[in-house]
Design a protein around this ligand. Structure first.
Ligand code: FAD
Length: 499
């Protein structure tokens, strides 16, 4: 089999995609006229392979029955890192035993609905905690900035195998959507259980009892994500080596999606021809970056046609993030706009200082928000010009917003940089800086503020052999794909030792 590459108009690409087996698709919006880069599978003579040809899309995984397996591994956390580690262990005949502090995904959905209606936060079952981890109710973007970490295509194949659409196999910026992810996560759970793995929900690990496990020669994969601040504190107490790492914080900005489509794609959805194109390639996203006073200011986790969501896990704090359904069809486009924070920007020697800094800002945002957990918000131009917003535009954030002077209460090293960052983005895309857009505080959980250092060869904690810190919470990944890959890599290391 060979591949042939084509650069097509959206209309041509749409027709080709209905007929032929696509290997790769990306949208090129650099010119005024949009182009779609398609790679099509061909036979040795260059003839395209029909979409429905009986050629397997990939080699399916083979999971072993581990009911009576000789070896087992404990996994703490059922996010992408923990689940993909478990699936990899199953492929190698090792029994995964997962402990997850939150609920299974269908129960978790109910807690999230309550949260969205301002009817209370369950600190163990929310947008961060529960089956599937932080990525379950997200946009489900499946790309990683780093290609060095491992076999990213295998992650896509596993997602596909458990129910993700074909596009995850070939789309350059694939995404799944929060309406589809819970079903995929449930399929993964059923596979793990059917093959003899164990999953224990509503079980938060508060004490590791390393010696017991080490004596029993049972490895522990620590895949806790970056929001379990209580678990980091427990690890510090238990003598696991932790260190501060750079992270990022800022706000979530929301524009009308129609405006972003115009700025990024030059498409006007009120025209039926342009709407047809959007219906095929999807609503426009953006990726923006600038430098302000020696620190990066950049867009993060952009969700076209999405919603802003309350992503905190502790009472008395306000944290925002974004998600989209598979069709990405809300009238809003939101994105984190964050400022790089280096360890030296926050004083103190304590390795958990970054977490404390996040918590301080989250509490501040809560205090400036409304009495029922409404998020503090400001129109974008007002924020940049240092003015109060008399009113706020419609916004996708279900718990609601209240007008607040983010320009006054955000720490200057974040707020001033954001203001300049928005001016820079407007130079690139005139119209981006508009009072039709709104910013909400705070986007504080975009990356882990802690690293759990590990040996680069064995992937075990440098202080605690037998412990495999992995995923976003270990500080070695950021996002669904890279966390899943990191989980796979940890499991492979264990398989090398055990088999
Ligand atoms: C709203 C939202 C939208 C996002 N959108 C995207 C996106 O579109 N694309 C993308 O790539 N990334 C996105 N992310 C980030 C992504 O979800 C994370 O990078 C990814 O989930 C990290 O995977 P992980 O397995 O390392 O940790 P997590 O997914 O955080 O999973 C950790 C799990 O460990 C459990 N846990 C923690 N402590 C304990 C304990 N002591 N005992 C037992 N269990 C414990 C938690 O309950 C959790 O389920 C989003 C995040 C959020 C919150």
């Amino acid at each position: 089999m060979e591949n042939s590459q084509y650069i097509l108009s959206p209309r041509e690409a749409y027709i080709a995609e209905q007929q032929w087996r696509i290997v790769k698709r990306s949208i090129d919006a650099r010119q005024r006229e949009l182009r779609v880069h398609l790679t099509i599978l061909t036979d040795d003579k260059g003839n395209p392979i029909p979409k429905d040809a009986p050629i397997p899309l990939y080699e399916p995984p083979v999971f072993q029955d581990v009911h009576n397996a000789k070896h087992s591994t404990i996994i703490i956390g059922a996010g992408p890192a923990g689940l993909f580690a478990a699936l990899t262990l199953l492929e190698h005949g090792i029994k995964p035993i997962i402990y997850e502090r939150g609920k299974e995904v269908s129960e978790r959905k109910k807690d999230i609905a309550l949260l969205n209606r301002n009817e209370g936060l369950n600190s163990e079952s929310n947008y961060c905690f529960g089956e599937g981890g932080a990525g379950t109710f997200s946009d489900g973007k499946l790309f990683s900035r780093s290609k060095k970490r491992g076999n990213m295509q295998r992650v896509m194949e596993l997602f596909h195998y458990f129910g993700a659409p074909d596009t995850v196999l070939y789309e350059a910026h694939a995404h799944i959507g929060s309406d589809k992810l819970p079903g995929i996560i449930k399929n993964m759970r059923e596979c793990i259980l059917e093959h003899g793995g164990e999953i224990h929900f509503n079980l938060r690990i508060d004490d590791l009892r390393f010696n017991d496990f080490i004596q029993a020669k049972i490895p522990i994969i620590l895949a806790i994500g970056h929001s379990a601040h209580d678990t980091y504190r427990m690890l510090a107490k238990e003598g696991v080596k932790l260190e501060t790492k750079g992270f990022a914080m800022g706000v979530r900005a929301e524009h009308p999606q129609a405006l972003i489509n115009r700025l990024m794609y030059h498409l006007d959805v009120s025209k039926s021809r342009d709407l047809e194109v959007i219906n095929y390639i999807g609503n426009a996203s953006y990726s923006l970056v600038t430098q302000v006073n020696g620190r990066g200011v950049y867009s993060f986790c952009m969700c076209p046609g999405g919603h802003i969501v309350p992503a905190g896990s502790e009472a008395g704090s306000c944290v925002v993030n974004g998600m989209s359904a598979s069709h990405r069809n809300s009238p809003y486009a939101n994105s984190g706009i964050v400022v790089q924070i280096n360890p030296e920007d926050i004083s103190g020697e304590n390795p958990l200082r970054g977490l404390e800094f996040q918590e301080e800002l989250e509490r501040l945002a809560f205090e400036h928000g409304g009495p029922q957990a409404q998020a503090p918000a400001q129109r974008l131009r007002d924020f940049v010009e240092g003015k109060a917003s008399k009113d706020l535009p419609p916004c996708s954030y279900l718990p609601g917003t209240v007008s607040s002077r983010l320009d006054q209460w955000l720490p200057a090293h974040i707020g001033k940089r954001l203001q300049q960052g928005f001016r820079d983005f407007d130079k690139k895309y005139p119209g981006f800086l508009t009072n039709d857009a709104v910013i909400l505080g705070v986007e504080s959980r975009s990356s882990s503020a802690v690293r759990i250092p590990r040996d680069p060869q064995t992937l075990q904690s440098i202080s605690t052999p037998g412990l495999y810190p992995c995923g976003e919470g270990a500080g070695y990944a950021g996002g669904i794909t890279s966390s899943a890959l990191d989980g796979i890599n940890a499991a492979l290391k264990i398989a090398e030792l055990e088999i």
